[in-house]
Design a protein. Structure first.
Length: 143
């Protein structure tokens, strides 16, 4: 459960940061929205990097497969990256309607993505990586 617990906690932190950005946009405070959104974006992209550069390669090496769940997660990460750019643009333009339109899409994608990771992939990583799990979490924490 070492990997599952650590990664789930990061998901929750990112969710909280995004909620703060949404609240600021809702109240029309785009300076505050940008600060919270930037924190959300940096942490989300850092989370993706940890998965793509540390966790997924270890899982793929252990399972001898680059197809399957990690391939799907990378694809979804790229979709999220595109939506993050759209959200940043909406905040820069103080476009509340556009922000919430893109935010709805992002939240649906992230909820589905996180559920797949939390209910399947992270548990698989904990099982397959066994003794490596603690070291991998330490590497991710160091990022």
């Amino acid at each position: 459960m070492e990997i599952s617990n650590y990664m789930k906690d990061e998901h929750r932190l990112c969710d909280e940061e995004f909620a703060k950005a949404e609240q600021a946009v809702s109240s029309g405070d785009f300076d505050e929205a940008f600060r919270h959104f930037e924190e959300f974006m940096v942490d989300t992209l850092k989370h993706f990097d940890k998965e793509e550069e540390i966790l997924f390669p270890a899982f793929e090496a252990a399972t001898l497969s680059t197809e399957g769940p990690t391939q799907v997660m990378r694809y979804e990460h790229n979709q999220v990256r595109g939506l993050l750019e759209q959200l940043k643009d909406a905040i820069d333009k103080a476009d509340k309607e556009r922000f919430f339109s893109v935010a709805d899409t992002l939240m649906i994608l992230l909820q589905q993505h996180n559920m797949k990771e939390e209910q399947m992939l992270y548990a698989m990583c904990d099982n397959v990586l066994g003794e490596q799990a603690k070291d991998l979490v330490e590497k991710m924490k160091a990022r």
